[in-house]
Design a binder for this molecule. Structure first.
Ligand SMILES: [Zn+2]
Length: 397
């Protein structure tokens, strides 16, 4: 039994408790064994010590929406998904390294081609590739005339069922379905559904029968409401969600997964596809709309978490944006940890620093409760009790 005693300058454990000064976290065989004030928490005999007394320690981040192989700044995201498997897998290894280095220890992948995410998940678990623990969807279900279509599309109830079943048979953790339009394709953003009610219901049924849930790409309006009515558990993006949409989400306990960086950060769609005037206009418009809408979403009490949507290494920007839009810093940290774990249904394993949970934690230089920008200064990452420090190169982005 290997054990480690971690002395923390400040501990934010993600349970909702206030920050604890001079805390001790004991890790045994990849899990948290005990947590408490350093003065009263026993150190097991033979435990190695890790001194983080000058750091802010918190749970590893949960990125609820990303794609392992995509880099939005390179442009044409759907074109990237259509590349052959080898360049896609190589891109994924570089991206996941960046994600882990920035503090993301769990990442939900929301659609890849070639079932690449399932192989990459296995490679991470085997220690071949360095990266966050992955929860994967396999292929996203997209209609032939809808947003999100890469190599495959699924039309009609039977094809949707076949698509969902193929993903689940290969070991997908959840089902992803594209319902409304998106920001990265040209033209006005459609909020109507590319799928009929029966097709969405089929995706949800297949997921639930396999013991999991469906997540829907939906920005707002009739498409979002159709998805929620049919039992989709997480609404991805939701930038255009109106009061009626949000009320329905609250009633059905659906999660809102915010993804700000991809259209707000200068290295996102702006860098990749911003030279196309129709897309840049849409990006500017989305920025304005979200600045108006999110404070209303926040006031409504809808449950929210966040994702980078392939802005690898930039969970800090998501949390910073939440704070800019009115979220209390402590709640932004919860959105990036425990709430994300709840939205992805892995809160029994990760999301808080508590006895029995996986030993996923990060150390930060500074105090993000005082200055959320400190989230960009992650100096140590521990996943399953293994520390990654220095060995994980930063991309410089
Ligand atoms: Zn996405």
């Amino acid at each position: 039994m290997t054990s480690r005693a971690i002395r923390c300058g400040t501990l934010f454990d993600g349970t909702g408790a206030g920050p604890l000064r001079d805390a001790l976290v004991v890790v045994q065989d990849g899990r948290i064994a005990s947590v408490g004030p350093a003065a009263t928490t026993p150190v097991p005999a033979g435990a190695a010590t890790l001194d983080l007394t000058n750091r802010f320690v918190m749970p590893g981040l949960v990125d609820c929406h990303s794609h392992a192989s995509i880099v939005p700044g390179l442009g044409d995201q759907l074109g990237q998904l259509c590349r052959s498997p080898v360049p896609q897998a190589l891109a994924a290894t570089a991206n996941l390294r960046t994600d882990l280095a920035s503090g993301t220890t769990t990442m939900r992948v929301m659609g890849e081609e070639h079932f690449l995410d399932l192989d990459v998940r296995a490679a991470v678990e085997a220690g071949i590739v360095v990266g966050p623990r992955l929860l994967v969807a396999g292929r996203g279900l997209a209609a032939s005339n809808g947003h999100g279509r890469a190599l495959a599309s699924y039309d009609g109830v039977d094809e949707v069922r076949r698509g969902a079943r193929e993903n689940l048979r290969r070991g997908a953790n959840h089902v992803k379905i594209f319902v409304t339009g998106g920001v990265s394709s040209p033209g006005a953003m459609s909020t109507s559904s590319a799928y009929a009610r029966e097709e969405i219901r089929a995706a949800v049924e297949e997921a639930e029968r396999a013991g999991t849930y469906a997540a829907a790409h939906a920005h707002g309006g009739a498409g979002l409401r159709l998805a929620v009515e049919e039992g989709v558990a997480t609404i991805e993006h939701g930038a255009l969600a109106g009061d009626e949409d949000i009320a329905l989400m609250i009633e059905r306990r659906a999660w809102l997964v915010c993804t700000f960086g991809i259209f707000m950060h200068p290295t996102g769609i702006e860098q990749g596809d911003g030279q196309r005037a129709t897309i840049m206009d849409k990006v500017r418009w989305a920025r304005r709309v979200v600045d108006e809408n999110f404070p209303r979403h926040l006031a409504s009490g809808v449950r929210f978490a966040c994702g980078t949507d392939s802005m690898h290494g930039l969970m800090a920007f998501e949390l910073q944006t939440l704070v800019r839009l009115g979220v209390k810093p402590a709640d932004a940290l919860l959105a990036g940890t425990r709430w994300g774990a709840e939205a992805c249904r892995v809160d029994g394993e990760v999301g808080t620093i508590a006895a029995g949970k996986r030993a996923d934690l990060i150390a930060i230089d500074g105090d993000p409760l005082k200055d959320i920008k400190a989230m960009a200064r992650v100096t140590l990452v521990m996943k399953d009790g293994v520390t990654y420090e220095g060995a994980v190169g930063r991309s410089g982005r």
